[in-house]
Design a protein around this ligand. Structure first.
Ligand code: WTA
Length: 654
């Protein structure tokens, strides 16, 4: 592996503007500079203090950290319940009438859910799950649109100590069954569908298909969202139960089940460098502490803020910063079901204006999509309530940063560019608003208590100004505890490249002032619109098609989605490489994985560039995909192959 010198990164690092904090903001900021010093003095004592102050324990912990590299246990001996920490204690503190979520359906229907409502709903849902046979430790799969029942279902599971695994509603039946089987889930919670781009998007048919191959599933709980608009929602007797037939008749109280600090809270599957997604393990106390503390500091959340994280709950950003972190902080949040362009591109700005949103957290790909439409949509709305803006999911290019700053943040709201991963559970590298002077495109510095470094191929720290691999050098409370059922893969994937350090899979540079600049993945993982997709996963979906002999997939750069999936496919002898075949292959990938994994372009080619040992030369394919001058081709088995591909590329683009 080598860190590539990408021209866009070089351009990014030449960005010289700096944005110091506004003194008025600093004076009231939640985060203050001494936090860094306290955390550096003794990071375990720092997290222990916060765990005692911030979490409500039914039994206090005895040991802050047991660290047997790479296995961590935080707050050992303690017991607590996440649902209690996210709901009950706020109601007990007199915040029952405070809004937990302003929910907005895509067609324009709305719901307001207070903390008292949430307590009643979560308790009823937990009682219903219990009636369906769910006990502490049983796994529950959740496959839902962005409706209030999604966080309610997660919290109901947490209330019972039943780990959930949320599968993003855009995933295919096959992806769903794979995750259900790996987790050995007992129950699925789903919906007849949701609204997307003005149309009903049905979900239950995919569940029915997935469930043909999932022996562990006993019951399916189905929320009615589309009602009459759902055309295919047959209910299988004895297995499928409507949410509105079982949940509302339950008593609105359900004692939260105390669990140990290290009890499994959830699994979330993410793409790695192989075809099989990894079940990332997150546990209870450390995760809740890490997400809630970072949320309060990084977004400067105050009691009267209206916070909107525009991610889908199905990704880790939604788990940590729509559900667990914000609710533990008794925050008022916005939850929006649909897409930013429905009915038109002013939808988000209308929501900000209507709900007086003060904090907005989104992804660079969304900002670039808005940029492409022009600033008139944002400018047509009163966005003056916004006071903090966040970015996550991929490196934010300075143009997008500046557009966000100017057209959304009114030139004043600080931007926090937050680097983290499904695995880290919480934000790890970020500015602190009111404290950090930002530079557009840089995620700046590690969060207090986090030890991040940039190392060379031998694991030695690179000097200021140098580039290398991003590593984390000490455990943190929200860190993944492993890969579900596969401790060896956990060790191998994250802890073997640089002994004693967590290797994130990202390249990074540190400039002369010590600022961190993320350079994207250095492994075979692509980042498309902030979604992690493995090249291998797409390749294996392609070769599972009967017409395909071999496939190689690379990420090419794309002005809106960051990266775009480019596939090179060799068809079997006797198969005609037609444009129709290209379309069919793209659809095939959508059904195998998800529409988000559909290659943007497929090049049907007679051969692929390989090294003498038979390894596909992805670097060359990337060059071809991006129309760049070819690098050194001398290690090719057949140097003419690349030329042939290059000549054919574009022609077979779909
Ligand atoms: C990338 C999303 C640059 C990175 C929370 C990481 C980023 C992967 C940033 C994790 C950022 C995330 N700047 N790159 N601010 N945030 N990434 O697991 O490559 O879906 O490894 O978690 O996204 O993606 P994941």
């Amino acid at each position: 592996m080598s860190v590539e010198q990408r021209p866009e990164i070089e351009a990014l690092m030449a960005e010289s503007r700096t944005f110091p904090p506004d003194p008025a903001f600093s004076a009231r900021a939640n985060a203050q500079p001494p936090l860094y010093e306290e955390a550096e003095r003794d990071f375990e004592a720092f997290w222990a203090r916060l765990a005692r102050e911030r979490l409500s324990w039914s039994k206090p912990f005895e040991t802050t950290l047991e660290w047997e590299l790479p296995f961590a246990k935080w707050f050992v001996g303690g017991e607590l319940n996440v649902s209690y920490n996210c709901i009950d204690r706020h109601v007990e503190n007199g915040l029952g009438d405070k809004v937990a979520y302003h929910w907005i359906g895509e067609p324009g229907d709305t719901r307001t859910i207070t903390y008292a409502d949430l307590l009643a709903e979560v308790s009823r849902a937990a009682n219903a799950l219990r009636e369906l046979g769910v006990e502490k430790g049983d796994r529950v799969a959740i496959y839902m649109p962005m409706i209030p029942e999604l966080p309610i279902a997660m919290l109901a599971c947490a209330r019972l100590g039943a780990p959930h695994t949320v599968v993003f509603g855009g995933f295919s039946a096959e992806a769903l069954s794979g995750r259900i089987n790996d987790a050995e889930a007992k129950v699925v919670i789903t919906a007849d569908g949701g609204w997307r781009r003005g149309k009903p998007a049905e979900l239950k048919p995919a569940v029915d298909e997935a469930l043909r191959e999932t022996p562990t599933i006993e019951k399916v709980l189905v929320v009615r969202r589309l009602g009459d608009r759902a055309t295919q929602c047959p209910m299988q007797a004895g297995r499928d139960v409507w949410w509105d037939e079982i949940v509302p008749r339950q008593p609105p109280d359900c004692p939260p089940v105390p669990v140990e600090s290290e009890h499994l809270l959830y699994l979330l599957y993410t793409s790695g460098t192989t075809a099989k997604p990894k079940g990332i393990v997150h546990t209870t106390a450390g995760y809740l502490l890490g997400t809630s503390f970072t949320h309060e500091m990084i977004f400067d959340v105050k009691p009267d803020d209206v916070y909107w994280c525009a991610a889908d709950v199905g990704w880790v950003t939604g788990h940590s910063y729509i559900v667990y972190g914000p609710l533990a902080n008794a925050t008022t949040g916005v939850l929006y079901e649909g897409t930013p362009d429905t009915p038109d591109w002013s939808r988000w700005w209308q929501i900000v204006e209507d709900y007086k949103v003060t904090i907005l957290y989104t992804a660079p790909t969304a900002i670039r999509a808005h940029m492409k439409q022009g600033p008139q949509y944002a400018e047509g709305h009163d966005l003056s309530s916004l006071r903090v803006l966040g970015s996550v999911g991929e490196p934010i290019n300075p143009e997008a940063w500046l557009w966000y700053h100017e057209h959304v943040g009114g030139g004043t709201a600080p931007i926090v560019d937050t680097w983290w991963q499904t695995e880290t559970g919480m934000i790890m590298i970020t500015p602190l608003p009111g404290v950090t002077t930002t530079k557009p495109g840089s995620a700046t510095f590690p969060f207090p208590g986090v030890d991040a470094d940039v190392v060379d191929g031998e694991g030695n720290p690179v000097p200021l100004g140098g580039g290398g691999y991003l590593v984390l050098k000490r455990p943190w409370p929200a860190m993944l505890r492993g890969i579900y059922g596969d401790p060896e893969r956990y060790r191998e994937t994250y802890w073997s490249r640089f002994p004693g350090m967590y290797f994130a899979g990202d390249g990074a540079k540190r400039d002369g002032d010590g600022y961190l600049w993320l350079l994207g993945r250095v492994d075979d993982v692509m980042n498309v619109s902030g979604h992690r997709i493995s090249t291998t996963e797409v390749e294996s979906a392609l070769v599972s098609h009967p017409a395909v002999a071999e496939a190689a997939v690379v990420g090419g750069s794309d002005a809106v989605t960051g990266q775009a999936i480019i596939a090179f496919v060799i068809v079997k002898v006797g198969i005609e490489p037609t444009k129709e075949l290209g379309t069919e292959l793209r659809e095939h990938v959508a059904t195998k994985i998800s529409p988000i994994a559909k290659p943007k372009s497929i090049m049907l080619t007679p051969d692929l560039p390989k090294t003498r040992s038979g390894k596909i030369m992805r670097r060359l394919l990337r060059d071809i995909a991006e129309g760049r001058a070819l690098g050194d081709t001398t290690t090719l088995a057949d140097a003419t192959v690349v030329e042939t591909i290059r000549q054919n590329s574009g022609k077979s683009e779909d």
